[in-house]
Design a protein around this ligand. Structure first.
Ligand code: ZN
Length: 542
């Protein structure tokens, strides 16, 4: 066996969908640092994000290919089904409270090999775990995180692979120097004896002979990479492994050098060198802030930057308070009549991931025949109006939430200044945009032409006071939502509808069982009817 052991995982790479949502979840909720913003070297029209500790230390890294249009994967046999991070033993309560405050549903799993396990899904549906470990070292806590350094995620704990049978996979793990160190139920734990405390040193096989095979997609782990101490060690391990399996030649991944091989159970393994690391093409101080490309893609930078979706890196902690009004002065898209000739205005607020142009395409379906309406769609900075769930504590969404409400106000003001009164202004939105529309109207109560809330409700944590004072004076309000919805609980939509009714709105509350998180044709038709009635009989502008 080679002299330099494989001490554990180098990184785990998974598939996400929306890049901004992925970026916000791992930096703002889990408090990791974006240590590299680059592209998938094999598919450079796609981002490759690397999250880790402050330095991008091997063993702390979770990386993603965000493919915006990819469907959800189905976990199954022959895949990594859980990715676990290590937290200190006494940080469990902190993380339970933090996830609750951020509106992330989580569960406490039964103890596993004496570890406490918090389990939750990331926005793409990947199963993430935080597992507690005694006596973990401080490491390098991410500098822009608002997680106290003592509670910060230290790095990977390990992964769980679901297998029909453990024999072949454990065989290749033993070729790689790993030994079975424990078993509990159907779970076998393997670790490298080189350094039992090393990050990412728990490789679990969960055996289920009845498991069905998974389908790859958003939320699936693409591959797991183990550490090679040096290029020489990598070559030694490669020759060891190729006695059993086919492996690629060494590939230059800019931040490490890699070989890939598929273990017999179906999981793609990589062996990646510790060097050269993430500071090879940008200073440690500004890791992740700009798009880094390997030398062979640098000539295509301009074209790639145009193709990649725009993203905003929100820095937590001290830096966050410096962004005072992030949505001010953003793009505004228009359709329909010019404001000074329109009978009314419809303000369309996009959901997380937007963009404004997409929701503006609804303007044709929503405009009643013969009624000149101006459609205005402001766009959020980074395509998200606020970073956390609308069920999170409000201050966790600041200053973005207040800035978003101010942006709605300035869009309303454009219509008012063009001579369109509030009773001829409709606020319509989807998801985050629906929540924003509800919140705006409830906090500035008056007679509006209408509220259209497609899958959204008032903003605030469960149990907090959502009630507002004021008279909506017969404003028609449509609350239409999928039930259940992944992000917006039906109970919150009902509660919002009750509050709007109490404030004098004419509420139409509709739920659509099993509808995906999107705006359906039926919901567009309900909105069209609301707009048609709102402007029926309104005399033309003189
Ligand atoms: Zn990799």
């Amino acid at each position: 066996m080679p002299a330099d052991p494989i001490p554990g995982l180098h990184h785990v790479t998974a598939i996400a969908s929306d890049p901004q949502v992925n970026l916000d979840f791992y930096t703002q909720v889990l408090g990791l640092r974006l240590v590299k913003r680059t592209v998938n070297f094999d598919d450079p029209g796609t981002y490759h994000f690397y999250f880790g500790d402050d330095l991008g230390t091997p063993g702390t890294l979770l990386t993603f290919f965000p493919w915006p249009r990819v469907g959800r994967g189905t976990p199954g046999a022959g895949e990594v089904t859980q990715v676990a991070f290590r937290i200190p033993l006494d940080s469990l309560t902190y993380w339970e409270q933090r996830l609750a405050r951020k509106g992330i549903p989580f569960s406490r799993k039964p103890r596993r090999f004496s570890e406490e396990v918090l389990s939750f899904s990331d926005p793409a549906g990947m199963q993430v775990e935080l597992t507690t470990h005694a006596g973990v070292s401080t490491g390098h806590p991410p500098r822009f995180s608002d997680v106290p350094s003592g509670d910060a995620i230290r790095g990977l704990a390990g992964v769980t692979m679901l297998q029909l049978d453990a024999t072949e996979t454990s065989g290749i793990l033993s070729v790689m120097g790993f030994q079975q160190i424990a078993a509990e139920g159907q779970r076998l734990r393997f670790a490298s004896p080189a350094d039992p405390a090393a990050l990412g040193n728990h490789i679990d096989i969960l055996v289920d002979p009845q498991a069905t095979f998974g389908r790859s997609g958003a939320g699936s782990v693409h591959h797991i990479a183990f550490r090679a101490a040096s290029d020489a060690a990598q070559l030694e391990w490669r020759s060891q492994i190729t006695h059993r399996l086919a492996a690629t030649e060494v590939l230059d991944r800019a931040y490490f050098h890699s070989i890939y091989f598929r273990e017999p159970g179906g999981v793609l393994f990589e062996l990646a060198t510790d060097n050269p690391g993430f500071a090879v093409d940008e200073p440690v101080e500004t890791l992740g802030e700009r798009l880094c490309l390997p030398p062979w893609l640098e000539a295509r930078r301009e074209g790639l930057q145009q193709r990649l979706p725009g993203i905003t890196l929100h820095k937590g902690g001290a830096e966050a308070s410096q962004a005072v009004d992030p949505h001010a002065g953003g793009e505004l898209y228009r359709a329909g009549a010019a404001l000074d000739q329109a009978l009314g205005a419809v303000i369309l607020l996009h959901g997380r991931g937007g963009p404004a142009r997409d929701i503006l395409t609804l303007s044709r379906a929503l405009a009643p025949a013969g009624v000149p309406l101006a459609f205005l769609a402001p766009q959020a900075a980074g395509l998200a109006w606020y970073p956390n769930s609308f069920l999170a504590e409000r201050e966790l969404n600041q200053p973005y939430l207040d800035s978003a409400l101010a942006r709605v106000q300035s869009t309303v003001n454009m219509a008012l200044e063009a001579g369109i009164p509030l009773e001829r202004i409709v606020l319509a939105g989807f998801s985050q945009g629906a929540c924003l529309a509800c919140e705006f109207i409830a906090s500035q109560p008056a007679r509006y032409a209408g509220l259209i809330a497609w899958t959204g409700g008032l903003i605030g944590p469960p149990g907090s006071k959502l009630t507002q004072e004021g008279d909506l004076n017969g404003t028609p309000a449509l609350f239409a939502t999928s039930d259940p919805d992944q992000w917006v609980p039906w109970s919150r939509v009902q509660e919002s509808a009750r509050i709007f009714t109490a404030m004098g709105a004419q509420v139409n509350l509709r739920s659509f069982p099993g509808k995906p998180h999107s705006v359906s044709g039926e919901e567009i038709e309900l909105a069209r009817q609301l707009i048609e009635r709102a402007f029926a009989g309104v005399p033309a502008r003189s």
